[in-house]
Design a protein around this ligand. Sequence first.
Ligand SMILES: [Zn+2]
Length: 249
Amino acid sequence: MPGEIAALRSFLKPYEIPSRSRLLILTHSHFDHIAGVPYFPEYAVMTSSAWDRDNEERAIRQLEHFDTEFYVDRPWKQGSLPFAKIHYPVHHHETVGPFQFFHTPGHTLDSISFTYKNVLFVGDYLSSLEFPFINASLPDYKHSLQVITELVQQSSITTLVSQHGPPADGTEILTRIDSAHGYIDDLCHLVETAKQQHDAWSDVLAQANSLFYQGRPIPLGLKSAHERNLKTIWEEYHQSLHPSSFPKS
Ligand SMILES: [Zn+2]
């Protein structure tokens, strides 16, 4: 929101000295992660080298929808958020100054994580507020969790910043990774069982909606994300059983 972005700009002011580079690192192309770019015109933008312009275009439309529904004023006033001008596309395992970057797709195709000293930043992975949002691909998501786990175990990471909700410190990081795996395992088990029993999609959906995450029912506001996860896993599982029935992309 503009007020939060203004607070960030004030926070950064003392650090904006001529000898220091100004960089915005976009961890992925969701609208709540790109809406701030025009507020920092003198900053260079870093993204994954696999930046997904199609997803960015969808995000721009979502932002316009959000802003017009809730009467949010933005610096561009009319029209839409412009596409991000990318100055530094980063590759998997690339090191730039004090940062080391990793491609961690699964949440989106263009998700990246990066380390700075003992802190690991992961865009929308392992938040304490939400279960995994698997918008791109389950195998990618699981592989990225593995990459993140290895980083935590092998690179003396002490803090994880997930971008929504509070950071995780120490053993809390592995606890969150376990929770994410638990959620994914529950959905996969549901899908496999349903396929074996030839259950209808509506039955599977009803069962998924009665699942608990971290001891609580799925919150109402996250049900659509939960159903999207189920659909992704359902389709990927079906595709793995009957690959020829799906058109190749
Ligand atoms: Zn996201």
